[in-house]
Ligand binder design. Structure first.
Ligand SMILES: O=C(O)CCC(=O)C(=O)O
Length: 253
């Protein structure tokens, strides 16, 4: 569980780093499974869950191996036991429970793979308005688990502390912030450099981004997105959110 200072820091900044949360065997297990999914050896993971890096998709460049052509894998914990074991890791859920309360659902998961040299920039955005159909909208937290070292050079996350307090921010403002960041004129942004096994937790409304990978080493980070089970579901699609702790609430997500 997080202590009171950590919870206060999260509510002030909109994100929090917890070092050494995952043991090496957990990190290794998910990396191996992701490798084998990328090689096409796991038929239970539909190819539609894999997304190519834009330069590979456009044919502009090819990558030396399967995993290094991928930008991300999505919604894998819903079909794969190793990914699900990670998403339900008690140490992670203890932290999320301290931020969202005892009844928790996994809404989405994404392995961000940022391959060497071609791993592209992720522009400034808020997570929750991008497809997390819940109300109250602020009851969402992402755990971003470092599977490799995440550094400034290989494209770690960058956060704009305090922006979660504004709720939904106009997308024109996202664009403005993005342009400032690309011009290296955003003095308030903070890098989230992590070692393998470290996790950062971020609020669904914080503005954040990640830079291109300029190195020869990949940067894998596995994001699991949780919502309070007390949220109402306000989307049109099927709601397949997975209960990961506590109880489901009738009429809710
Ligand atoms: O890992 C990245 O490059 C982007 C991650 C992100 O935007 C997120 O976890 O919400």
């Amino acid at each position: 569980m997080l202590n009171a200072d950590q919870v206060a820091q999260f509510s002030q900044d909109g994100f929090l780093i917890v070092r050494g949360l995952l043991d090496a065997s957990r990190v290794e297990a998910i990396k191996q499974r992701a490798e084998s999914i990328a090689r096409g050896e796991e038929s239970h993971v539909p190819p539609s869950r894999l997304q190519l890096e834009p330069v590979v998709a456009s044919g502009e460049q090819s990558a030396d191996e399967g995993a290094n052509s991928l930008r991300k894998m999505s919604h894998v914990a819903f079909v794969d036991d190793v990914f699900r074991d990670h998403a339900t890791t008690p140490a992670i859920l203890d932290c999320v429970e301290a931020l969202l309360g005892p009844d928790l659902k996994l809404y989405q998961d994404q392995l961000f793979m940022k391959p060497p040299r071609i791993g592209s920039r992720q522009a400034y955005h808020q997570d929750q308005p991008l497809g997390f159909h819940v109300e109250p909208a602020d009851r969402m937290v992402t755990c971003w688990a470092a599977l490799d070292a995440a550094t400034i050079e290989n494209g770690c996350l960058w956060m704009l502390p305090g922006t979660h307090k504004h709720g939904w921010i106009d997308k024109e403002k996202w664009q403005e912030v993005e342009e400032q960041a690309v011009a290296d004129d955003l003095s308030t942004e903070r890098p989230v450099e992590l070692s393998p096994g470290d996790c950062s937790f971020h609020h669904g409304h914080i503005l954040h981004s990640s830079r291109p990978n300029l190195t020869d080493k990949r940067r894998w980070g596995y994001a699991t997105h949780y919502v309070s089970a007390h949220c109402r579901y306000v989307g049109d699609d099927d709601n397949d959110a997975l209960l990961v702790r506590g109880r489901s609430i009738p009429g809710c997500v």
